[in-house]
Every structure is written in structure tokens, then in C-alpha cells.
Design a protein around this ligand. Structure first.
Ligand SMILES: [Zn+2]
Length: 242
């Protein structure tokens, strides 16, 4: 890999850091907001004044993005204490922590009941509650997604060779050339019609391993409103986390 770019701190926008990365590979300037920071990718020749102008003309957009990301961060920061809300199939359920020897989570009568050993160190207890949640979510994801794949198989006319579950940072699913599909287990936090979109999307890749029009036609044939579902995921996917 050749190193033909340089990244530097450019300044602040209402408290959010701005980073500019100039690279020879880039033909036009691109502005994005990620994790509460402003990132600008630009060709080598773009001047600081042009970057200032770009930010000035997109102030509202940047502000909106920063506000939304701050809100998502606030809603997804966990302390694992009683009353905190956790998602399952699009519904929020409050956490109820009870003393127990083995960390175990279950959904009982509208609450997430998690058994955890009482600890002198709150962080340790929080970690073990989180671990219990992860085990529960992964096992639910396996049950729910396996069942949805079976439901859509006759509708799509293909069955994956294998399905597996992983913790992806920025991907909901993946289909490989061998016909194996991997799902992000966090999908089980989404409403079922949203999770269905990812199932259908990945299964449509069993016909077309690309995003060409024929691929989208196949998705649309099964889910005529797939665009709304995809948009929901784009807008709210950040909330599906623990
Ligand atoms: Zn795809």
C-alpha cells in the first residue's frame, strides 16, 4: 500500500473536531459526520478556504447530523441498572436486575430479568449483565432469523448453504459466493419487518451477487415496500446496539 494521503486536524465546528484528509485518489471533495466528528476527504489541491466554504454552506446539515448522533449516543449508552430500556423485535423492555450466582438474562412478563452476582465493583456487575444480555440476544437472533430464512426460502426460491451470526460494526448481513449468509445478531433488536428486509436482501444475493437492477427487482417482488424498510435501517440502525 502506498501512502499518498495526509490527515490533519483542521479546526472545530461548535465543539466537534474537523479532520481533513487530502488524498491523491480523491477526485472531488466529500463531507461526512461520524461519531460526533466532521471528516472531510478531498483532493490534494483543495485549499483551506474552499474547505471553510464547504462547511459554511452545509451548516444546517452538519448540525442536524451532530444532533442526531448525540441523541443516538445518549440513547445507547448503557449502565445496566434497573429501569434501563432494551430492545427486542422493535419493542423496548425495562431491565430488572436480581441477585443470582450465574449471569443469566430472560424476558419475563414484559421485563428483561437478569440474574447477576452482587459485586463490590459496579463496573464488574455491569459487565456480567451485559455478557448475559449478549448471550440471550445471540441465541434469540439464531432462533428468529433461522425461522425467517425458512419462511422466505420458498418465496425466493433459494436456501442458503449455511447461516451464521456475527457481531458486525457496520453491516447487517453478508452473502458469499458459496451461498453462505452471515447476519449481524443485533438485527433481533429491530422490528420484524425491518429484520425481514435484511433477510430478503441477503437471500436475493443467492440469485445475484451484486446490487444490479435485477437484484432490486427480486427484493421488490417479495417486499414491495423495501425502500421504506431500508430507510428505517439507515435512519435508526444506530439504536440497535448494546
Ligand atoms: Zn447487498
Amino acid at each position: 500500500m502506498t501512502k499518498s494521503s495526509d490527515t490533519r486536524y483542521f479546526g472545530d465546528f461548535e465543539g466537534a473536531p474537523i479532520t481533513v484528509r487530502r488524498t491523491a485518489r480523491k477526485k472531488s471533495i466529500a463531507l461526512s459526520v461520524r461519531d460526533g466528528a466532521i471528516v472531510i476527504l478531498s483532493p490534494k489541491h483543495v485549499s483551506d478556504r474552499e474547505i471553510d466554504a464547504l462547511i459554511a454552506t452545509n451548516t444546517d446539515w452538519v448540525r442536524g447530523k451532530l444532533a442526531k448522533q448525540a441523541e443516538t449516543k445518549k440513547r445507547t449508552e448503557r449502565t445496566f441498572v434497573d429501569g434501563e430500556q432494551f430492545l427486542y423485535l422493535g419493542e423496548e423492555y425495562p431491565l430488572k436486575v436480581v441477585d443470582g450466582r450465574k449471569a443469566l438474562a430472560e424476558l419475563v412478563e414484559g421485563s428483561f430479568v437478569v440474574h447477576a452476582r452482587r459485586s463490590q465493583i459496579p463496573e464488574r456487575r455491569a459487565r456480567s449483565i451485559r455478557a448475559a444480555f449478549l448471550r440471550w440476544y445471540k441465541s434469540e437472533a439464531e432462533t428468529v432469523l433461522t425461522q425467517r430464512v425458512a419462511f422466505f426460502s420458498p418465496r425466493i426460491g433459494r436456501t442458503p448453504k449455511r447461516i451464521s451470526f456475527r457481531d458486525y460494526k457496520s453491516m447487517w448481513g453478508k452473502c458469499d459466493v458459496e451461498g453462505r449468509i452471515t447476519f449481524n445478531w443485533k438485527l433481533v433488536m429491530a422490528p420484524e419487518h425491518i429484520l425481514d428486509y435484511v433477510v430478503v436482501h441477503e437471500m436475493a444475493h443467492l440469485h445475484h451477487l451484486n446490487h444490479a437492477p435485477a437484484f432490486w427487482q427480486r427484493v421488490e417482488a417479495v417486499l414491495p415496500d423495501y425502500k421504506q424498510r431500508r430507510k428505517w435501517l439507515k435512519d435508526h440502525g444506530g439504536l440497535l446496539t448494546i
